[in-house]
Design a protein around this ligand. Structure first.
Ligand code: SER
Length: 319
């Protein structure tokens, strides 16, 4: 029997592409997209869509009952940079939405949950290189605190109530469809847009800040693979480390410059530099590779080629 899925936060950067992929796998009418507004049009126009505020327990519950939902992907969150501006809002949204879906699973209304964690669970005291699955996690951002605490609650609900919740510590995700919003790794998406639109970019991180990153196609594949893995293969019920590549603003600039020789960059670090400095530069994901055969496909130059190709097309059609 095919799964009946609700995606909360379907109009966000990851939600948009996850919705399309899950509709392809499970059938359009088996995937209900929802968001607090309709800022991205693909999830709204391409299948069933409902306006749902992730903080509203009854709205989520009613949707689950009306559509016989068995699986929720909870993609709504305030990210690292926005979270520093609005700490209480980040706490309120990120934690309450998670409790809503965990409690629906505990009550038996739904059977399975995907909830994304992040490299933001790590902090300045974490080993920066090749960061292990199990290590010191002392996050210094509100976003990181919500993800770290969320991981603890996911594991608790699994151990205590048998809730089948699965999670990944996403690195920065690079994509060309919906824009990311309010994250520290967003520069690695903006830079491609500005390269095409203006031929220059003002980077809000310094040139040698190395962060873990991943192309969207790999992130979606990881999400689908983890959700399809047999439960007995999963040794982690907090969140899996996940890695593809790491690069600095200077390295992404040079990768773009090989295809756009006139492209220029200036570095003007702002408050997001301190956030980036508190995170690892590379991640050890050997547990994900062992438990559910995770493998990435895109390296930096493959990613640059794809981003420039897609964005040239997009802006050509818009002009
Ligand atoms: N991309 C996120 C951020 O920068 C990290 O999970 O906030």
């Amino acid at each position: 029997m095919s799964s009946k899925i609700l995606i909360i936060g379907a109009c966000g950067q990851i939600g948009t592409e996850l919705t399309a992929k899950l509709r392809e796998i499970h059938g359009t009418n088996n995937v209900i997209a929802s968001d607090i507004n309709t800022r991205a049009l693909d999830p709204v126009n391409a299948g069933p869509f409902e306006i749902i505020d992730a903080k509203n327990f009854n709205a989520i519950k009613d949707c689950c009952i009306n559509h016989n939902i068995d699986t929720i992907y909870l993609m709504a969150a305030l990210l690292s940079a926005t979270g520093e501006k609005y700490p209480m809002e980040a706490w309120d949204l990120n934690m309450n939405s998670l409790f809503h879906v965990l409690n629906l699973a505990k009550a038996g209304t739904i059977k399975k949950i995907f909830w994304p964690s992040s490299i933001a669970v790590f902090g300045p005291t974490t080993p920066r290189e090749n960061t292990p699955q199990h290590t010191i996690c002392e996050p210094t951002t509100v976003y990181g605190i919500t993800k770290q605490v969320g991981e603890r609650w996911c594991e608790y609900y699994f151990n205590k109530y048998g809730v089948d919740v699965r999670s990944i510590r996403y690195p920065g995700i690079i994509s060309h469809k919906a824009m990311p919003g309010g994250g520290t790794t967003d520069y690695a998406v903006e830079i491609y847009h500005e390269a095409i639109k203006k031929g220059e970019y003002n980077c809000f991180l310094s040139e040698n800040t190395s962060l873990p990153m991943m192309f969207m196609d790999d992130a979606i594949k990881a999400t689908v693979d983890l959700m399809q893995a047999p439960p007995e293969h999963l040794s982690i019920r907090s969140a899996y480390n996940l890695s593809a590549l790491s690069f600095t603003p200077k390295q992404i600039f040079e990768s773009i410059k090989t295809q756009m020789p006139d492209f220029t960059i200036k570095y003007k670090p702002d408050f997001r530099q301190a956030i980036a400095d508190s995170w690892p530069s590379s991640i050890n994901d050997s547990v994900a590779r062992k438990d559910w055969n995770w493998q990435h496909s895109y390296d930096l130059d493959a990613l640059t080629t794809e981003m420039l190709k897609q964005l040239k097309e997009k802006y050509k059609n818009e002009s």
